[in-house]
Ligand binder design. Structure first.
Ligand SMILES: Cc1cc2nc3c(=O)[nH]c(=O)nc-3n(C[C@H](O)[C@H](O)[C@H](O)COP(=O)(O)OP(=O)(O)OC[C@H]3O[C@@H](n4cnc5c(N)ncnc54)[C@H](O)[C@@H]3O)c2cc1C
Length: 483
């Protein structure tokens, strides 16, 4: 590699990274390992990426803008951590594959494991989903508990080190701009008083910086084409609060959900039992319709206006243990790196930094897990890191296609403009499934498997299931309360 490098950031030339200097002389401890991988972001995606990279790279550095607090303390770079998360069965399987025993660790911390059909009380747009066992295992937990458990596991990997309180501000490319060679950034803490710019050399850079990733701007600043972006807006906002269950109360449900499906259903909610004693309850609506977080009475009244009574029940009968926190859903975006004709090699993008969804179908974590698994497989099958980035982005685009279509088909309902033809078809199909599901446990059981990404959505087009979908019935029969 020549010494002339293309710096994709402003400011003075960064100094040599002290830690990098200290470790530069170290030879790879892993025979045949590929040197140093740098992961931007210690969120869910960054942690999974670090895990798979550790199998091939001698060193993996995870750089994180926030200081990583101990245990399950919330941090500002993870605003969604205050809000209910569901990890779909497929995502949970991948996490267990990458971190054997993690499900048990979480269960030991109180996260219940249950059947998706019987543990969930789900209010679909046209009625209640059947409450019958479907053979799909679910586990509910606080996102911070999951990330803290993952972080402990990743910290224990000898190849991985964390550099928290460090914000990446740019990339350094090779002189011909064909590959990424370093990240550039600076510390944010008081132990870094002059906040001198620092260069961290890398043989592979992984951007797992989430929705706030600045990679498109960094590429543009390097004179490279900016990737095309697809965006479908969602006006939804979550307002969430933790409650303590009344002592001795045996929960009738472990997760309760009222799905939004605009324009038919524009308000909803989600509540999850995070351990034997607490529930995290969230109300979801367009920003202007949700009362302010401090207005308890108005929030309870809002909850009482929903068709799912469980949120109001918890809010009325349980003691809140936190304030209410608001968070915008943030809409859907897909940054189409796979279409870039000139994208530097040794640079890849995962998770929300690449494609983020309205969480209505709870897909973000599972799609990130699928991408981490894909990366692991590409790394395992390659002789060198060169060329992996392009292959990864191409395959990752296939992973996000169906989740993107389902999330955005639902969100087209917010717009007065006619949806594009594909979105219109997907919407009509989803609407039919959800219309039929309340009256049809067989169909619902298959839908749950599709929703959990255990099988392809095309399964629903099998003649045996299509028959259920096409049958005309006078009215969905699921209006009864969940029981
Ligand atoms: C309200 C809400 C509810 C949701 N519910 C669900 C759900 O039920 N199920 C589901 O699967 N998904 C859900 N999601 C989506 C899910 O939260 C995301 O898909 C997932 O957390 C994305 O993880 P990530 O690691 O890609 O990004 P993030 O979690 O955003 O992590 C990115 C990290 O990178 C760091 N970072 C960013 N830029 C830099 C930089 N320049 N330098 C250093 N560090 C940087 C940030 O501080 C952060 O820690 C929900 C999202 C929201 C908002």
């Amino acid at each position: 590699m020549g010494t002339a490098r293309h710096m994709v950031t402003g400011g003075r030339r960064p100094g040599q990274d002290g830690e990098a200097r200290r470790t530069a002389h170290r030879t790879d401890r892993t025979r045949g390992a590929w040197g140093h991988a740098v992961v931007i972001g210690a969120g869910f995606t960054g942690l999974l990426a670090a895990r798979v990279l550790s199998a091939r790279f001698a060193r993996v550095t995870v750089v994180e803008r926030d200081r990583l607090p101990p245990g399950t303390t919330h941090r500002s770079g993870l605003p969604q951590g205050r809000h209910p998360h569901g990890l779909l069965a497929r995502g949970a399987d991948i996490v267990e594959e990458l971190f054997p025993g993690i499900r048990g660790d979480l269960a030991a911390r109180g996260a219940p494991v249950f059947d998706f059909g019987s543990g969930f009380a789900t209010r679909l747009p046209h009625g209640w989903a059947p409450r019958a066992t479907v053979g799909v295992e679910a586990q509910s937990f606080d996102l911070t508990a999951l990330e803290s458990a993952l972080c402990d596991r990743v910290r224990a990997l000898p190849q991985v080190r964390f550099r928290d309180g460090f914000a990446v501000e740019g990339l350094e490319l090779s002189a011909d701009r064909r590959r990424a060679v370093a990240v550039l950034g600076r510390g944010r803490g008081c132990d870094d008083p002059d906040r001198a710019p620092v260069r961290i050399g890398a043989d592979l850079v992984v951007d797992a910086g989430g929705r706030t990733s600045r990679l498109p701007a960094w590429l543009a600043a390097a004179g490279l084409p900016r990737p095309e972006e697809r965006r479908v807006a969602s006006p939804l906002v979550y307002s969430s609060r933790m409650y303590e269950l009344p002592e001795g109360e045996a929960p009738e449900w472990l997760v309760s959900f009222e799905m939004t499906f605009p324009p038919l259903v524009s308000r909803g909610g989600a509540a999850i039992t995070v351990d034997g004693t607490h529930r995290l309850v969230s109300l979801v609506a367009p920003a202007g319709q949700l009362p302010p977080p401090r207005d308890d009475a108005a929030l309870r009244e809002f909850a009482g206006s929903l068709r799912n009574p469980h949120f109001a029940d918890v809010m009325t009968h349980s003691r809140p243990t936190t304030p209410a926190y608001r968070c915008p859903v943030g809409g859907n975006h897909w940054i189409r790196y796979h279409r870039l004709r000139r994208c530097p090699d040794r640079l890849l993008v995962l998770g929300d930094a690449f494609c983020a969804f309205n969480p209505v179908y709870g897909q973000g974590l599972t799609v990130a897990a699928l991408q981490a698994r894909l990366l692991g497989r590409l790394l395992a099958g390659a002789a060198a890191p060169a060329g992996i980035a392009r292959r990864f982005q191409r395959h990752a685009a296939r992973i996000v296609l169906f989740p993107w279509l389902t999330a955005t088909a639902a969100d087209q309902g917010w717009s007065a403009a006619p949806p594009p033809p594909v979105a219109r078809c997907v919407r009509r199909f989803l609407d039919t499934v959800m219309r039929r599901a309340p009256e049809n446990p067989v169909l619902y059981a298959h839908f749950v498997r599709v929703q959990n990404m255990l099988v392809s959505p095309l399964v629903l087009l099998r003649p045996s299931l299509l028959r259920h979908l096409l049958r005309r019935t006078p009215r969905a029969g699921g209006e009864a309360r969940a029981g």
